[in-house]
Design a protein around this ligand. Structure first.
Ligand code: NAP
Length: 298
């Protein structure tokens, strides 16, 4: 019987694992993707993690992982699908049929990229359509790209691609950006970045690979790559009947990670919170682990 099953191996899950292991608890981390470190791996450069400035996201994720491994944290590579509470114990069923029993769960599955659900999007995924500029940007050296969205991710992506692509269209549905003023200023100074405001994408077109986009106003633009950065969707499908979610699908939980279900804690981007950053996910993991420890010891 486990004391804590941590679901998810991003910054929140790994931080929880470090705290739980150091507290002498019997802890296991279940991850859907082998050696996954979550969204952090997608950041080309992380500049706002205290004490470690200017680090590549993948490298930072690996440091988190190594820290947990050095303490002896164990990982399993399978997806948790069902959570059943039975006599104060959680029975967790996995995609491969395995069942684990645990006193508590720390759910730290994060969020995934939102899709536009337009024609051509799924057809050209991996053939010119990408959700991660830092992962796929290098394929578009000297080519024309479009970034869709107006938040910090879209702005950062456009800035990153402006150093790789010959031309970057930044297409946003409103007349002002949601993301940082500072990045918008930098983008305006870039000669190869063209901002198209008040515009929505209607279709992504091409043959074998992407060759263009069509906007809702009928304009067609030739591009080689489309980077979609329109926000994230929490990974909560497996727990929607277990804990209370907010209207956007995030698990309702405060800083202490406590959810509507006893012994079930939420940490990181998957919970309701104001600021979704690596540092707040790490903080969440620590908080949830301490709460889970208190619960187990009681
Ligand atoms: P976000 O802040 O939620 O922005 C999503 C953007 O996509 C918004 O501009 C939104 O438009 C647009 N959008 C949403 N659905 C759309 C649709 N169907 N069609 C067209 N546009 C659509 O998401 P994010 O940029 O991924 O950022 C997530 C969080 O991470 C934020 O808190 C952000 O500050 C943070 N972050 C921080 C950094 C950094 O500090 N460097 C970097 C990346 C992300 P509207 O504006 O009209 O709603």
């Amino acid at each position: 019987m486990l004391d804590i099953l941590i679901v998810g191996s991003g910054p929140a899950g790994l931080s929880a694992a470090v705290y739980a292991k150091r507290a002498g608890l019997n802890v296991l981390v279940a991850e859907k993707v082998y050696f996954g470190t979550g969204q952090v791996a997608e950041s080309n450069r992380v500049d706002n993690y205290l004490g470690i400035s200017g680090i590549n996201g993948y490298e930072l994720g690996e440091k988190f992982r190594t820290h947990a491994e050095q303490l002896g944290v164990e990982f399993v590579n399978k997806e948790a699908l069902n959570f059943i509470r039975d006599n104060d114990i959680w029975k967790v069923e996995f995609d491969n049929g395995d069942v684990l029993k645990t006193k508590t769960v720390i759910y730290a599955t994060g969020a995934i990229h939102r899709h536009l659900n337009i024609a051509g999007e799924s057809e050209y995924a991996g053939k010119g359509v990408s959700y991660c500029a830092t992962c796929d940007g290098a394929f578009f050296k000297g080519k024309v790209t479009a970034v869709i969205g107006g938040g910090n991710t879209a702005l950062d992506d456009a800035l990153y691609l402006s150093d790789i692509s010959s031309k970057v269209y930044l297409i946003h549905r409103r007349d002002e950006f949601r993301g940082s003023y500072d990045t918008v200023k930098k983008l305006k100074e870039k000669e190869n970045v063209e901002m198209i405001m008040n515009s929505k994408l209607q279709e992504i077109t091409g043959g074998e690979i992407v060759t263009g986009i069509t906007l809702e106003d009928g304009r067609s633009i030739s591009v080689d790559g489309v980077f979609i950065a329109v926000g994230m969707v929490p990974v909560t499908e497996a727990v929607k009947s277990v804990v209370t979610l907010d209207d956007n699908g995030y698990i309702i939980a405060g800083e202490n990670g406590k959810t509507s279900a006893k012994g079930f804690f939420a940490a990181g981007d998957v919970r309701t919170k104001e600021l979704r950053q690596i540092i707040t996910a790490v903080s969440d993991g620590a908080n949830a682990a301490v709460q889970a420890e208190n619960y187990v010891r009681k």
